[in-house]
Write a protein that binds this ligand. Sequence first.
Ligand code: COA
Length: 356
Amino acid sequence: MTNPGLEGVVVADTQISEVDGERGRLVIAGSDVEQLAASTGFEGAARLVLAAGGADPAALGDAAFGAARAAAWELLPRLGDALDHPDAMDALRTALGHLRPAAGDAGGPADAVAAIGAAPVVVAAWSRRRAGGEPVAPDPALGHAADYLRMTLGRAGDASCVRALDAYLVTVIDHAMSASTFTARVIASTASDLISAMVGAVGALKGPLHGGAPGPVLDMLDAIGAPDRAEAWLLGELAAGRRIMGMGHRVYRVRDPRAAVLEEAVRPLASPRLALARAIERAAAKVLLERKPDRPLAANVEFYTAVLLDAVGLPREQFSATFAVSRIAGWSAHVLEQRRTGRLIRPASHYTGRMP
Ligand code: COA
């Protein structure tokens, strides 16, 4: 029997992360996501996932990520018109394709750090160009979150915004066998290089069923505008056959635990959209329960991603690519692990065409 969504198919043993969809629990490299987001920044979380994938953490000091951002700045003049792509994910995909994979096995960890450093520089440069400004050079002495925000805004972000963005980057760093991670592992399984796996993973993340939802979530908050309009608007969407963005998940049957972490992280920013988002989430959960009583559909990570990234000052066109700025560490960890422990991934298909 075919299983086109591969639900429940286990394709890897992994030490990187574990999702318990029934209980709403996410463990990343041995820590619950709530604890990880409260106890470390992006660099620390990246070190943990890469080490879980088999990299030597000694080569992954904070300075390595700063140096990789500085190296990526040198890449920008070679990108041609890639930064003029209307879509940030297309710009990122093209830019990552310009990174030259290092030769041999050593290429894994070195390429991982290069790709992790390149993503924020490229996405921020894309955003500056789109806004009619000039790209801002990285400051390797800053933390990853602080520098990404600074390169995007053209000035240092408030400390509270940097903290919230850092919490976001930690929270979404890995999520077991998501579609983009699987894509990266499939590419790595052919003994291809890490950079090629990152390019493929960005392509998989771009789709609205995966990482493309937070921009549309913000559009939804804008369209609804006030809590008392939520239910009617949501019912209209369902009647038109559309899905409610930021709701539902392939694995979670309860609220995505990352939604709570991000909801908490955005609280100190006093976003005017937070109260509206909470009201819309409640209304969406209610109408979806009435319409689909057999399929629990609760808020996923993208719901409060939209509120948080908006509150720190990022434009909505940059949301999906900001997800990639974090997840590129998780993808890299999976590629390292796949190269160490995996096997060529080559499933089968069921032929339904004519026989000769
Ligand atoms: N709004 C309305 N209905 C939804 C829904 C949503 N957000 N998510 C799922 N459903 C419905 C489907 O229409 C389907 O109904 P049906 O059986 O009557 O056709 C049922 O719930 C099961 O959905 P299915 O498509 O099998 O689930 P999936 O595991 O493939 O979907 C998502 C998971 C994430 C793709 C899906 O929930 C979705 O599209 N959500 C909105 C986009 C989003 O937020 N993406 C970010 C994910 S982190």
